[in-house]
Design a protein around this ligand. Structure first.
Ligand code: PXG
Length: 290
């Protein structure tokens, strides 16, 4: 595997960062997870845009233009001969001194890893996930805003540990007001009486690219969608439920907190949205090999 670091490609064994990088010392940095499908980098432009927004929110200067960063991402896929797979793009605050002041870090580091990923075993896509709500609350917008895709994922990891302890694969996180925010690495959707619902971004959800794509798919399929505040009650009485994320894609949910969702099997509207999503992966995104 060849890893891009600050304009150069390194073999995996030599792809290293300094122990003084504030990304490591403080989780000070931002990242993206991106998918390749059918020789295209799906929604690359949208991911790069969100990366620049995350960076702006933490006053991090990405030392290259969005166009150059897109070109470097395509080149990393080429060097690894990948047409399908998963890209992890990180921008760290860079090497600094011990002490958290970001002014001690003169230059941000850009790292691009192109590899493969499978988040959940196949059976969950066929049967649906079992998930639980967990005690760890989603971070407030006034602390580390959940809209920032930062390298500090401890809020989510604590929730994931609670899901693991409960013997399930994913956790629903509520915000401080008790409304549903999202899962640890996925946005959440429900279907009720033929309509689609997902929590508003203000509830503490990431501006998910897959979430956006699913809302676009719904519009094109003539499915009404809205973004109201939702409680656990709304989840329990849903006809269908699924999670969305770049890594997870669209994964149905069969059970929440012991309550069976709908028929307990992936629902018909979920299936339509998955089919439409898969169609879009064929034509959307930057071409890797001409
Ligand atoms: N919420 C959170 C907190 C996320 O981290 C999503 C929602 C879905 O957003 P996108 O834009 O991907 O539809 C994410 C994204 C991983 C992994 O390694 C996690 C994500 C993406 C890629 C990989 O678990 N989370």
């Amino acid at each position: 595997m060849k890893v891009y670091i600050d304009g150069e490609f390194f073999d995996e064994a030599n792809a290293k960062v300094s122990v003084f990088d504030h990304g490591l010392l403080y989780g000070d940095g931002v990242f993206e997870g991106i998918r390749m499908y059918h020789n295209r980098i799906f929604k690359l432009r949208e991911h790069i845009e969100r990366l620049f927004w995350s960076a702006k929110a933490i006053l991090l200067d990405i030392p290259m233009t969005p166009e150059k960063l897109m070109a470097a991402t395509v080149e990393t896929c080429r060097r690894n001969n990948l047409r399908e797979g998963y890209i992890r793009l990180l921008v760290t605050r860079g090497k600094g001194t011990l002490g958290l002041d970001p002014r001690r870090c003169p230059k941000a580091s850009v790292i691009i890893i192109a590899a493969t990923i499978q988040l959940y075993p196949e059976k969950y896509y066929a049967e649906g996930l079992t998930i639980v709500t967990v005690p760890t609350t989603r971070m407030l917008a006034n602390s580390v805003n959940p809209a920032i895709k930062s390298l500090n994922y401890l809020n989510n990891i604590l929730a994931r540990i609670e899901a693991n302890n409960a013997g399930v694969e994913e956790a629903i996180m509520l915000n401080a007001e008790g409304f549903v925010a999202e899962c640890t690495g996925d946005n959440i959707f429900i279907v009720q009486k033929g309509r689609l619902y997902t929590p508003p971004l203000s509830a503490g959800a990431l501006y998910g690219i897959t979430r956006n794509t699913v809302l676009d798919c719904a519009r094109d399929l003539g499915i009404q969608a809205s973004e109201p505040n939702m409680t656990r009650y709304d989840l329990y009485i849903a006809d269908e439920m699924f999670l969305t994320g770049t890594a997870a894609e669209i994964v149905p949910v069969a059970k929440v907190d012991g309550r069976v969702i709908g028929s307990g099997k992936p629902g018909p509207l979920t299936a339509r949205l998955i089919a439409e999503f898969q169609e879009r992966t064929k034509t959307d995104g930057e071409v890797i090999f001409d």
